[in-house]
Design a protein around this ligand. Structure first.
Ligand code: F6P
Length: 358
């Protein structure tokens, strides 16, 4: 029988997952290895739901959004229970996964995921499953890599939204609030906010004050600019207040969202200016990857197969421009990579007079 490797996609989907699958299948086939895909992330490993990924099936996957393998950010394997908390996966669950891995006769497993999925992967690795990681998330909040795939595509989507909001905001002399994703970091908001010419950007890293936001809007009015574009990350908080979102029965921050409407209502109340809100939501996760992400996913996928060949288990591919490198999964997980407040992105924004509401 040919050598076989496995692959699964875990956590929230994002543009580029299929491009990674394609690159892994192709690079593996080049070595004469078959690739087996587990369905719906780690759940497929637990239930032995998998299928062989045919080399010819990979045509066209480079540009296809979502994941042909399916994914879940819930399920029996969930290793993260809330912001910053890590749950130990029960030993029986890990052992069952290991037994199934052995039964399928795999040389290694490629786990494509963000912090949550890689946290699961690390526990599986410690339980004896030889695996490598590929860093995915639109949030870009993973340590040890300069960028995760999916982020560029999400930023492109948010920037396009800002371009569209600009013309309608300008026509009506309105304040337009765009709420973007990103969980507890402001990467998408900061990058899209700058690229889309936003005037005010609110990110979780900098608690905001309405006085400061309204002062920026007033300053623009004085300059004859009767409209304002504001980008708010879903995890942004007013100074002294918590996140806006729905909590689950255990009173955890289960789902962020809603800060845009809160900010818009307060701005309208304080300035009297007509204000509208647009929540971009899952549009940021849908559709195909940008050119940058297609290339990154292809590099990550090819490098992941190389790591398997080299026996670099417990490692994840990462981008350290100009190269892809191998880093320990433990160096990437468990810590949130926030937007550096003195970094180039922030300095650029400040130099242009963009307000962060502080
Ligand atoms: O982590 C990716 C992400 O899209 C976050 O930006 C967002 O908060 C969350 O997932 C949404 O998750 P769900 O798809 O479960 O609503």
């Amino acid at each position: 029988m040919n050598e076989r490797i496995g692959i699964l996609t875990g956590g929230g989907d994002c543009p580029g997952l299929n491009a990674v699958i394609r690159a892994v299948v192709k690079a593996a086939a080049k070595r004469g290895w078959e690739t087996v895909g587990f369905l719906e992330g780690f759940e497929g490993l637990l239930d032995l739901r998998h299928r062989s990924l045919d080399y010819h099936e990979m045509d066209g996957l480079l540009l296809l959004g979502g994941t042909i393998l399916g994914t879940t950010n819930k399920g029996r394997f969930a290793a993260k229970t809330g912001h910053g908390e890590v749950r130990k996966i029960p030993t029986e669950t890990l052992d069952r996964a290991k037994r199934n891995f052995d039964q399928v006769g795999l040389r290694a497993l490629v786990c494509v995921g963000g912090d949550g999925s890689l946290t699961i992967a690390q526990q599986l690795f410690e339980r004896g499953v030889p695996l490598v990681g590929v860093p995915k998330t639109i949030d870009n909040d993973l340590e040890a890599t300069v960028i995760t795939f999916g982020f560029d595509s999400a930023v492109a989507c948010a920037t396009d939204a800002l371009d569209r909001l600009r013309t309608t905001a300008e026509s009506h002399n309105r304040v337009m609030v765009l709420e973007v994703m990103g969980r507890y970091t402001g990467w998408i908001a900061a990058h899209a906010g700058i690229a889309g010419g936003g005037d005010i950007i609110l990110i979780p890293e900098i608690p905001f004050r309405y006085e400061s936001i309204c002062a920026k809007i007033a300053e623009r009015e004085q300059q004859g600019k009767k409209f304002t574009l504001l980008v708010v990350a879903e995890g942004a908080c007013e100074r002294g207040r918590g996140f806006v979102g729905a909590t689950d029965e255990k009173n955890r921050e289960a789902r962020l969202g809603g800060i845009g409407a809160v900010v818009a209502a307060e701005i309208e109340k304080r300035t009297g200016k007509e204000t509208r809100v647009c929540v971009l939501g899952h549009l940021q996760r849908g559709g195909g990857p940008t050119t940058f992400d297609r290339l990154l996913c292809t590099r990550f996928g090819a490098r992941a197969v190389q790591l398997v060949a080299d026996g670099m288990f417990g490692y994840m591919v990462a981008l350290r421009p100009p190269d892809t490198v191998a880093v320990k999964i433990t160096d990437a997980i468990g810590r949130l990579r926030a937007v550096p407040l003195n970094g180039d992105i922030m300095q650029t924004a400040r130099a242009l007079g963009i307000s962060f509401g502080d």
